[in-house]
Design a protein around this ligand. Structure first.
Ligand SMILES: [Zn+2]
Ligand SMILES: [Zn+2]
Length: 393
């Protein structure tokens, strides 16, 4: 998805994504456009209602965090037709002139056709009324929020893919919070029979390794993966594997959010775990650093414990964001709790399940400049290509 600051700056001012892209490809930046006359802007294809917005004489631009959240939540696609081939516009459901409202709830992503409909009247009646737009937006955002968790679990059903680690207590907590009945889960009876949980579904605590004995291990694994899947059906998980960009991430993420990140992680032992086998997991790329600590005694198999959760490994981690912080050098530090770790799967890294969006060209690489900062009043945004991604030997 385009994160190019110039294109975002144009979108924030009401220009559609196709024209925004074309302007950027022709090397136009906001500052350059602002030096032009209104006539010249119209010649470039900018409509006369947008010209004052570009020149800073009309409505203020949509603030970056609200714009980015709206685009992400709608996958850069019109919420009415969901046609990824069509260029999009960020539209105010209640017109800005009346509402002065840039909030997320008042913004909708529309294609140029449905944007036209939202603004035109047939027989003195709006065809795409505010209520219809709100319903379409809610339905699409709901569907989008299910895409990532569905893909994460679909990929674990393949024989070659599996969970290497569960944070048993945290997963149980989340499942309880969202109202999952543990004893109704598939795998509960087996886990109970094999002494992995009690009759209320609570896990039996254990010194040392959690997965010992074949029957106990298999039944506990089945119980936990079903519990995690059930819990994720009630929560929003965002797959940000190909999206570790500090400029957008610290606007997008909040403490408490669940994210999935696939890539190279470095695992290093923490010397004195007082009986626990404590490990620090770290992923560092594009000036974004993710850190978490977990107990390797909870890994789901011997090979996970002795091989896959050591050194530098290519894996997928399901994380809960605890804290986001920028260092003076501009690195975005994400302190997280790891809920589960799984083997890597190509589809999850590149989000190939969104192939329709890739084909449309709406998602793709972008060479960044600093222009979006003009409205963000912020230090660094552009990706300076410093990539200290680890290599798996
Ligand atoms: Zn549409
Ligand atoms: Zn509009």
């Amino acid at each position: 998805m385009t994160k190019n600051p110039s294109e975002l700056a144009f979108l924030a001012r009401g220009i559609d994504s196709a024209l925004a892209r074309k302007l950027r490809e022709d090397n136009w930046t906001l500052a350059k456009l602002q030096s032009l006359s209104p006539e010249k802007l119209i010649e470039l294809g900018i409509s006369d209602t947008i010209v004052p917005v570009i020149l800073g004489e009309g409505r203020p631009p949509i603030p970056p965090d609200l714009l980015i959240k709206t685009l992400y939540d709608n996958r850069w696609v019109c919420c009415v037709c969901r046609d990824a081939e069509r260029p999009i516009i960020v539209h105010h459901i209640k017109p800005w002139a009346e509402s002065r409202d840039h909030s997320h709830s008042n913004l909708a992503v529309l294609c140029s056709i449905h944007h036209g409909e939202a603004h035109s009247t047939h027989a003195l009646e709006l065809t795409l009324t505010a209520d219809r737009l709100k319903a379409a937006k809610a339905a699409w955002e709901q569907k989008v929020s299910r895409l990532d968790p569905l893909a994460i679990f679909k990929a674990t059903q393949l024989m070659s893919c599996q969970w290497w680690y569960f944070n048993h207590v945290r997963i149980f907590e989340i499942a309880q919070q969202v109202g999952i009945e543990a004893i109704q889960l598939q795998g509960f009876q087996g886990a109970l029979r094999n002494g992995a949980c009690d009759e209320d579904g609570y896990l039996c605590s254990r010194e040392g390794l959690l997965y010992v004995g074949q029957a106990r291990s298999l039944s506990l694994y089945r119980y936990m993966s079903n519990m995690l899947q059930a819990a994720m059906e009630h929560t929003c998980v965002r797959n940000i594997s190909d999206d570790l960009d500090r400029g957008t991430l610290d606007r997008l993420l909040l403490g408490g959010d669940l994210v999935f990140v696939q890539g190279s992680y470095q695992f290093s032992d923490i010397p004195d775990g007082f009986g626990a086998d404590l490990v620090r997991g770290r992923r560092s790329v594009n000036n974004v650093e993710i850190n978490f600590v977990f107990n390797r005694n909870e890994s789901t198999s011997d090979s996970a414990r002795t091989e896959w959760l050591r050194g530098v490994r290519h894996l997928g981690c399901l994380l809960r964001v605890n804290k986001l912080e920028r260092s003076l050098k501009g690195t975005l530090h994400i302190e997280a709790t790891v809920l589960a770790i799984r083997s890597a799967h190509e589809e999850l890294k590149s989000r190939m399940y969104e192939i329709g969006l890739y084909k449309s060209g709406l998602i793709g690489g972008a060479d960044e400049d600093e222009e979006f900062n003009l409205l963000a009043c912020e230090d660094v945004l552009a990706d300076d290509e410093s990539d200290e991604d680890f290599r798996v030997s």
